[in-house]
Design a protein around this ligand. Sequence first.
Ligand SMILES: [Zn+2]
Ligand SMILES: [Zn+2]
Length: 146
Amino acid sequence: MEKKLQILSDILRRNGYSITRPRSLVFGLLNDEEPQSMHDIYMRAKGKIDRASLYRTIKIFEQTGIAQRVYVGWKYKVELTDIFLHHHHHISCLGCHKLIAISEDEQIEKLIQELAVKHHVVATSHQLEVQGYCADCQLSQAVLSQ
Ligand SMILES: [Zn+2]
Ligand SMILES: [Zn+2]
C-alpha cells in the first residue's frame, strides 16, 4: 500500500494535483477491490466524503489514468487501472449484473498485440469487456419462457 500511495501521489503531482485526504481515502476504498458502483463507494466511505467530492475525485482519477470505468449494461462501476492491478478483463451479466474477472489470457493479449502491429500502432493499453447472460440467468430465462 505504501508503494501504491507513492505512485498515486506521483501521478497526481505530475498532473498538477496534490494528494489530499479525500483523494487518499477514495484510493483506499478502490484498492484491492472488485469494481464498485459510485453508490457502493459512497456507502463504504461512511460519511467521510460527500457525494460531490466523491464524484470530483473519481473524475480526476479517471482523467489521470488512476481509475477506470467498467460498464455493466449502461451503468458503470469503477476500479483502479492496470498501474495498480494485474491486467485483466471482465465478462458482465446483463441479467444479475455479476462481474466475472478474467485474469490475463495469453491468447487475447497476443492477438491484441498482433492487431496493433498490423496497424503500425505501439499499443500502450486496451480494455475489453464482454456482456451477456450468465449460466444462472440463462436458466431463469429458459424457465420463464416455458
Ligand atoms: Zn446473471
Ligand atoms: Zn488484455
